[in-house]
Design a protein. Structure first.
Length: 92
C-alpha cells in the first residue's frame, strides 16, 4: 500500500489532466517536470472549484466530474464526459 501523502489524489489529478488534454499520464508528468504544464486552483463565477490547466497553447478546466476545454460552454460538460447529468459537483 502506498504511504505517501495525497498520492491517490495526485494520481487521480494527473489522470484527469491527461484525459482533458487527450494525452498520456506520462506526457503530463514530463510536461510538469519541463515546466510546460501549469496548474492553478481557481473558482468559477458560480463558486465551483476547478483546476485551471495550461499546456503549451491549450487551456482546460478540470472540475470534479467534468472537463471543460476552450470553446465549451461553461454550463455544459464536454461531450466526452461521463458525469451522467447529476450527482457530481459539476453543476448538473
Amino acid at each position: 500500500m502506498e504511504s505517501r501523502e495525497m498520492y491517490d489524489e495526485i494520481n487521480a489529478l494527473v489522470g484527469a489532466v491527461a484525459k482533458a488534454l487527450d494525452t498520456s499520464e506520462m506526457e503530463v508528468i514530463t510536461a510538469i517536470e519541463q515546466g510546460r504544464l501549469g496548474m492553478e486552483m481557481r473558482t468559477d463565477e458560480e463558486g465551483r472549484n476547478y483546476v485551471h490547466v495550461s499546456f503549451d497553447e491549450r487551456v482546460v478546466r478540470v472540475y470534479q466530474g467534468a472537463i471543460f476545454r476552450e470553446g465549451d460552454r461553461p454550463d455544459e460538460p464536454a461531450a466526452d464526459e461521463d458525469c451522467g447529468g447529476g450527482g457530481c459537483s459539476c453543476g448538473h
